[in-house]
Design a protein around this ligand. Structure first.
Ligand SMILES: Cc1ncc(COP(=O)(O)O)c(C=O)c1O
Length: 389
């Protein structure tokens, strides 16, 4: 699909006009149940856990945007990932990336482990490491690319080829790229999942999860999980996502333009030891990122210099808010050790490569100079405070 076609789909994809009234925005069908017609004939809508007309428009929309055939909307990204894990059985194994989202890891470690589900952590940026990790129990590979917070890039096409040769499904958490920059299904993945709370919603006002697949059999299995577990997205939140999504393209462009400029500025900053951003030419993921995505995205991380106080750095930010989440119009700063990855043990974080001096920025659509001035001010205050004892 061309960029032009995608941009048009964002606005006119699954819904353009309400045929009954001429309304340009999607009606919110705030109903639990629907009148049934002739007994024995299954109606299109009978109960909103199974299907709801507003949610259905959103589900069609994500399927179109991801170049899939079927979409599913859940009450959060974690509800969507839970539904995907429910596709597997006792004894099945899943391969997961080094710095998998902390919540997904916690879900495995605190719940699915109890049902006999197994996993192996692999550096998915290394195809041969993945190749040697398969066992006869491996049923799926879960990818995040780039990962959070270290922005490691994995080759979706290559890993899908290898995984399929081992009869394993490829699941890509595409939260950080959104379908605007990266579409894993045409690259060979089987399932795409989003925390739509992030770029797809884009305004920090709705929690949601979306899934898209191509295959009809997978669709049936997911539909059964969605209906049975019931973690569906409500009609109003479905509407909010459809509204936010219309500006996905222009938001991603502006956020990425800001991020690229800030990344280059940080590389030269004396307060920074290392910058992680796949849009930088010397980043290890640069060439694969360029091959499979049309932008590097609006997340970056950096290691704060040894002589700077990490606490003062965060407390001195005025425009960029220290907060969990990412992908919205406001810029946010995250300290993975105490925020997004706090539920992991220090050993686990060390294994993932997450240091206590790591700062992750999710850049919004504010002015670039204002963002740099805010960071510069925080660097100065952190330097004056000096390293924590
Ligand atoms: C990559 C990724 N996947 C899944 C999730 C979970 O999404 P939610 O917070 O919408 O449940 C997050 C949340 O930060 C995330 O970053």
């Amino acid at each position: 699909m061309t960029k032009d076609e995608f941009e048009t789909l964002l606005v006119h994809g699954a819904f353009s006009v309400d045929e009954a009234t001429g309304a340009l925005t999607v009606p919110i069908y705030q109903t639990v149940t629907f009148r049934q017609g002739e007994l024995g004939i299954e109606p299109e809508f009978d109960y909103s856990r199974s299907a709801n007309p507003t949610r259905r428009v959103l589900e069609r929309q994500i399927a179109m945007l991801e170049e899939g055939n079927f979409g599913f909307a859940f009450a959060s990204g974690m509800a969507a990932i839970t539904a995907i894990f429910c596709l597997f059985s006792q004894g099945d194994e899943i391969l997961i990336p080094l710095d998998l989202y902390g919540g997904s890891y916690r879900l495995l470690d605190s719940h699915f482990k109890n049902f006999g589900f197994k996993w192996k952590i692999v550096d998915t940026s290394d195809v041969s490491a993945l190749e040697s990790a398969f066992s006869s129990d491996t049923k799926a590979v879960l990818l995040e690319t780039p990962t959070n917070p270290l922005l490691r890039v994995s080759d979706i096409e290559e890993l899908s080829r290898v995984s399929h040769s081992h009869n394993a499904l490829v699941v890509v958490d595409n939260t950080f790229m959104s379908p605007y920059f990266q579409r894993p299904l045409p690259l060979g993945a089987d399932i795409v999942v989003h925390s739509a709370t992030k770029y797809i919603g884009g305004h920090n006002d709705v929690l949601a999860g979306l899934v898209a697949v191509k295959d009809a059999e997978l669709c049936e299995r997911l539909l059964m999980v969605q209906r049975s577990t019931g973690g569906v997205l409500g009609p109003f939140d479905s509407y909010l996502l459809l509204r936010g999504m219309k500006t996905l393209g222009i938001r991603m462009e502006k956020e990425t333009e800001n991020t690229e400029s800030i990344a280059r500025w940080l590389v030269k900053h004396p307060g920074v030891d290392k910058v992680y951003y796949p849009g930088l030419e010397n980043d290890p993921g640069y060439s694969v990122q360029k091959k499979q995505a049309s932008g590097a995205g609006a997340l970056l991380s950096f290691e704060l210099g040894e002589e700077y106080s990490i606490k003062t750095f965060f407390s001195s930010l005025k425009l960029i808010t220290p907060a969990e989440s990412l992908g919205a119009v406001e810029s946010l700063a995250c300290h993975p050790t105490t925020m997004s990855h706090a539920s992991l043990s220090p050993e686990m974080r060390a294994q993932m490569g997450i240091s206590d001096r790591l700062v992750r920025l999710a850049i919004g659509i504010e002015g670039q100079s204002a963002l740099k001035a805010d960071l510069d001010n925080a660097f100065s205050a952190a330097k004056a405070a000096g390293k924590e004892k």
